[in-house]
Ligand binder design. Structure first.
Ligand SMILES: CC(C)(COP(=O)(O)OP(=O)(O)OC[C@H]1O[C@@H](n2cnc3c(N)ncnc32)[C@H](O)[C@@H]1OP(=O)(O)O)[C@@H](O)C(=O)NCCC(=O)NCCS
Length: 180
């Protein structure tokens, strides 16, 4: 298998969008529920902006897009991510409020069903950390508590710390100054 990991480009938008749509909680079948899902529904325009801001990486087999990792950032006007804005105000890392760090928020990782458990998700994470490291100290995101695969994936990284939880989600920080 010839897998390439690279920074996302504008030509990837439709494929990232399609993979996201297939894996949205509301679109997955009950038998695939246990394999994980994504929740924040990003428009093509939003994905385009994320790519232009250099905040997305993709995995390809030959020319086929089989995975992505993106950081959506905090959109003040988007009610769908208000939970993240509220959580950020409450979370503390190394005894300091998250707001005192350079933080990049809103992680979303997805690998096509047929390509999972091959280490591709791990490679995507390492690449997004390298990309974000130049400008940020921390990545901050959340994991829906019913997403067991999402939980073990995110907490498998050495630089991860669960910093808070509410009824529905875990909140997690990745320290970009530590080994990933
Ligand atoms: C989560 C996801 C991106 C992982 O991608 P992947 O390519 O399968 O992951 P990897 O093979 O690189 O595995 C990395 C780690 O994730 C965890 N993991 C991956 N698949 C797992 C599974 N089926 N069950 C439990 N843990 C799993 C393991 O800790 C693994 O580390 P290990 O191999 O050292 O044990 C993929 O399962 C996916 O796209 N799921 C649907 C969307 C989703 O849930 N995204 C996460 C929410 S943001």
């Amino acid at each position: 298998m010839n897998i390439t990991i690279r920074k996302a480009e504008l030509r990837d938008v439709d494929y990232v969008f399609q993979l996201q749509q297939t894996n949205l909680l509301q679109n997955i079948s009950s038998e695939n529920f246990g394999k994980g899902f994504v929740r924040v529904n990003l428009s093509k325009e939003k994905i385009e902006t994320i790519i232009l801001n250099n905040l997305a990486v993709v995995a390809l087999e030959e020319n086929l897009l089989i995975g992505y990792y993106l950081m959506s950032g905090i959109d003040e006007s988007d009610p769908a991510t208000e939970y993240l804005r509220l959580a950020m105000k409450k979370c503390v890392y190394n005894d300091k409020s998250l707001n005192t760090y350079k933080v990049l928020t809103g992680n979303q990782a997805c690998v096509s069903n047929e390509y999972r458990s091959l280490g591709i998700g791990k490679k995507l994470f390492i690449e997004i950390c390298k990309l974000a490291q130049k400008r940020y100290k921390l990545l901050f995101g959340s994991i829906t508590k019913s997403n067991n695969v999402g939980y073990s994936y995110n907490t498998s990284f050495k630089n991860s710390t669960i910093v808070w939880e509410d009824d529905e989600r875990w909140y997690i920080v990745f320290d970009l100054d530590k080994d990933f």
